[in-house]
Design a protein around this ligand. Structure first.
Ligand code: NOJ
Ligand code: NOJ
Length: 450
């Protein structure tokens, strides 16, 4: 016991002087083994933030998912509609794979969302814009202070979560009339989406009012899934309406391709921003399609961040939201890498591998040739087995690099200081865990196919 205490002291005091201990911990880490362990560890941290059973979420509404237990500097002790929907999609995926114990929290979440939709808030009421409200108190009351609102990715993501679960229920014998409140709720989110997709709203980072690549992408996905779902429940007119809205959104999305830079931009033209933004990677993860410009875009983002963040030492791959970010996790100074961005970078590469396994490599163009030549070790850019092997290494490195900065118990805040690697920003950010789980399960899916 004494020895253990002593050891703990030595470890923590040494780690104050840098990241050497953490580095040693993960240096020779077998990624397969580590990923296997993380499934349980990350899930248990995630569930700590789920009301009202989670360790940090006892005094909140059932089904409320707190963004983080941090209730001061920064105060993230709220439920964000976006964070909650993304987290629940991760939970629903585990449920669909057979973890049936998760069903009660999924249902509680859905009940809480049905309630929230009816809460009048600064964006409006149920019929007049209230569905675009980004965040609520943990008791389900409206958050009435100034905020970037509306955030129109939120209802689309919420509808996607509902559809994922309800489709399962229908496949297993439930009939539409048994789940009417949920159906009404998700159709309301989709109707809202049809009405507002072309209007400017705040982005997922809650900073800029405009139309955004991420928001449009998830709106499109929600309407694609919604069109099929509406048909399933006999809502023919709505199904047609949703299906008809997809094409115009698609046209708009095309405007984000920056031919000159060879990147998909997160936004159109914002002064002092290059357009390179990790939200483009997140968009890809919630899209039914795979845009072949995604990987070259990721590579440019990663290379610039590898250079920009001192903690990357010119070779690590920690990823932040966007280079010009000044949000330090509490207030404005200088931006840092984020766990969820780094995990999502890994996941997007696994998703690309899934895609290229099925459809083959894309035509080489001036925009992607460099990318594929590099991953073919400057040989034949159509050598898929070699490229695939190197892409897995590339993707795994995002996870390994982020893992170095986890606390020994696997806990993760929002950000990693670009200077010294300390965790900064909201502690135990729910999204840090769900993004890691998504990456790990996507990795497993491709590892098993070859
Ligand atoms: C500014 C950040 O950039 C944004 O993402 C965050 O949501 C708000 N501050 C509130 O913390
Ligand atoms: C700030 C992030 O930018 C935003 O995407 C998120 O919803 C909130 N924090 C809460 O986690």
């Amino acid at each position: 016991m004494h020895i253990r205490l002593l050891l703990a002291f030595v470890v923590s005091s040494v780690s104050l002087h840098g990241i050497s201990i953490a580095e040693r911990r993960t240096e020779n880490m077998d990624v397969d083994h580590w990923a296997e362990l993380q499934k349980g560890i990350a899930m248990s941290h995630l569930l700590d933030n789920v009301g009202d059973s989670g360790r940090y979420a006892k005094n909140v509404n059932a089904g409320c998912i707190i963004a983080s237990p941090s209730n001061n500097v920064p105060n993230y002790y709220f439920q964000w509609v976006r964070d909650s929907a993304l987290t629940m999609m991760t939970v629903i995926d585990r449920f669909l794979e057979g973890d049936h114990g998760l069903e009660s929290i999924i249902v509680k979440y859905m009940d809480e969302m049905v309630r929230l939709q009816k809460v009048n808030n600064p964006s409006g009421d149920f019929y007049s814009g209230g569905l675009g409200e980004p965040k609520f108190h943990t008791d389900g009351s409206s958050f009435d202070e100034d905020w970037g609102r509306p955030q129109n990715d939120s209802p689309a993501l919420r509808a996607m979560a509902f559809i994922r679960y309800l489709n399962y229920r229908f496949d297993h014998g439930t009939e539409a009339h048994e789940v009417v409140p949920y159906i009404e709720a998700l159709l309301a989110d989709l109707d809202y989406t049809v009405g507002i997709w072309a209007q400017p709203g705040f982005d997922l980072w809650e900073e800029i009012k405009d139309v955004h690549y991420f928001t449009l992408t998830v709106q499109k996905t929600a309407l694609q899934e919604g069109a099929a779902f509406a048909k399933r429940v006999g809502a023919w007119d709505q199904s047609t309406l949703y299906a008809e809205t997809i094409h115009p959104i698609d046209l708009k999305l095309g405007e984000f391709w920056d031919h000159e830079k060879g990147i998909i931009r997160g936004y159109k033209n914002i002064p002092n921003r290059s357009g390179l933004d990790c939200s483009v990677l997140l968009a890809s993860l919630y899209s039914k399609e795979f845009d072949t410009h995604t990987l070259p875009t990721l590579r440019k983002l990663q290379e610039s961040m590898t250079q920009a963040y001192p903690i990357n030492q010119g070779h690590k791959q920690l990823i932040g939201r966007y280079l010009e970010d000044v949000y330090d996790g509490v207030s404005s100074s200088i931006g840092n890498p984020w766990f969820l961005c780094t995990h999502s970078a890994a996941e997007v590469v696994y998703k690309a591998i899934q895609y290229y396994d099925s459809y083959g490599l894309p035509e080489l163009t001036s925009h992607n040739v460099q990318f594929f030549v590099y991953f073919a070790e400057f040989g034949d850019p159509y050598n898929w087995p070699l490229i695939r092997k190197n892409l897995i290494k590339y993707a795994d490195k995002f996870l390994q690099d982020a893992a170095e900065f986890q606390h020994p118990n696997g806990s993760m805040s929002e950000q990693i200081s670009r200077f010294d690697g300390q965790q900064v920003g909201a502690l135990d950010l729910t999204w840090s865990y769900s993004s890691l789980l998504n990456a790990i399960y996507r990795r497993e899916a491709i590892k098993h196919t070859v």
